[in-house]
Design a protein around this ligand. Structure first.
Ligand SMILES: [Zn+2]
Length: 320
C-alpha cells in the first residue's frame, strides 16, 4: 500500500497520463456530467454520496482519491472528489493498477448495443446474436443497491461511483448504437470502426467517429493552455447549464427511465451522427458545431438526471 504522498503522485500521474478509452465520453465529458449533477444535488444528497464513497472497499481505491488537490475548503473538496470519481470506472482500467481486470472493472458495462442498418435512407433494427453491452442492466442493478436498506455501505459506494459514470456514458449517442454495413456485418462497435483519419494513418494517430464524439468538447474548444479542471471544465459546464437550464428540460426528465434515456441516444445516433460525415475525412466545422450542440444537451440531461436520482434516494428537495 503506497504512503499517502505516493498515492497523491500516482493519482496525479494517472489523471494526467490516462489514455482515453474507446468506450466512454472522455474524462472531460464525464466530469462535465458530474459537475452538473452536483450543482443539482441537495446538501443532503451531496453529503450522503461522498460519505458513502469514502466507505468504499480499500482495494477499489475509492476512499484513497479523496484528497482535494488544490481545493480551498471542505465543500469544494467534496465537489472535486465527486467530479473526479466520474472517471473512476475508466481509470481503474489502467495497466499499472490492481483494479485492472478486477471485479470492479468490466469493459462491457460501459455501453449497450442496438444493431441497425440504413435502408432507403431510414434506420431499420437488425437482430444479431452477439454479446452486447450491459450498461442498462448495470444501472438498474446499481440503482437498486443504493435504494436498498439492506445493502452494505461499501456496496453502495461502488454502485454510486458506477452510476456517476454510466449515466454519463448512456447519454453519448454512440454508446447505444452499432451500425451494420456490408463492410461490418457485426456492427461498427459504436462508430469505433468508422475511421475519420485517412487510410494508412498509424494506429496511434487514428481518429474514429466514436473517439471523435467522446472528445467533442476538446474538438470544439481545445484546452490548449492546459488549464486545470476548475478553469477549463467547470466553465464549460456552467455554459451548458445556462444554455440548457433545468426548467427548460424539466418535462423531459423521465425520472428513472434508464432505457428511455438510452433510446434517445440511439435515436440521435441513427438520425444525426452519421449525417454529413465521411470515412477517411475529418468532420467539417458545420458537423462539429451540430455535434457539440447535441452533446451539450446530452450533458445537461445526463447531469440533471443523475442529480435527481441521488436527490430522490438520499433526500432533500432542490432549491431551484
Ligand atoms: Zn465508460
Amino acid at each position: 500500500m503506497p504512503t499517502r504522498p505516493a498515492r497523491v503522485l500516482i493519482l496525479i500521474s494517472l489523471v494526467l497520463t490516462f489514455s482515453i478509452p474507446s468506450f466512454a465520453w472522455d474524462e472531460v465529458g464525464h466530469k462535465i456530467t458530474a459537475y452538473i449533477a452536483w450543482d443539482r444535488m441537495t446538501p443532503a444528497a451531496r453529503e450522503a454520496v461522498v460519505r458513502l464513497m469514502l466507505t468504499g472497499p480499500e482495494d477499489s481505491g475509492l476512499p484513497s482519491y479523496y484528497m482535494g488537490y488544490g481545493s480551498q475548503n471542505e465543500d469544494t473538496r467534496k465537489r472535486d472528489y465527486f467530479v473526479l470519481m466520474a472517471t473512476w470506472a475508466d481509470f481503474i482500467k489502467d495497466r499499472n493498477l490492481k483494479t485492472r481486470n478486477s471485479k470492479y472493472s468490466v469493459p462491457n458495462w460501459h455501453y449497450t448495443d442496438t444493431y441497425w442498418m440504413e435502408k432507403d435512407g431510414k434506420p431499420v433494427l437488425v437482430t444479431l446474436n452477439e454479446p452486447g453491452g450491459l450498461a442498462i442492466q448495470k444501472i438498474e442493478e446499481f440503482a437498486k443497491i443504493i435504494r436498498s436498506p439492506t445493502s452494505k455501505d461499501a456496496e453502495k459506494a461502488i454502485a454510486i461511483a458506477w452510476l456517476i459514470h454510466l449515466i454519463g456514458d448512456i447519454h453519448q449517442p454512440l454508446h447505444a448504437s452499432s451500425r451494420v454495413t456490408a463492410e461490418f456485418p457485426k456492427g461498427d462497435q459504436g462508430g469505433n470502426t468508422f475511421l475519420l483519419t485517412p487510410a494508412g494513418t498509424p494506429r496511434e494517430q487514428q481518429v474514429n467517429l466514436h473517439s471523435y464524439w467522446d472528445s467533442i468538447v476538446e474538438n470544439k474548444e481545445a484546452n490548449s493552455r492546459n488549464l486545470c479542471d476548475a478553469d477549463y471544465i467547470y466553465p464549460v459546464a456552467h455554459d451548458i447549464m445556462e444554455k440548457f437550464p433545468y426548467d427548460k428540460l424539466r418535462d423531459r426528465m423521465k425520472d428513472d427511465q434508464f432505457e428511455a434515456w438510452m433510446n434517445e441516444s440511439f435515436s440521435l445516433a441513427t438520425t444525426e451522427v452519421y449525417k454529413g460525415v465521411e470515412e477517411g475525412k475529418m468532420p467539417s466545422k458545420k458537423y462539429t458545431e451540430n455535434a457539440y450542440k447535441i452533446a451539450q444537451e446530452r450533458f445537461a440531461l445526463g447531469g440533471y438526471r443523475l442529480g435527481d436520482l441521488f436527490n430522490e434516494v438520499f433526500g432533500g428537495t432542490p432549491t431551484k
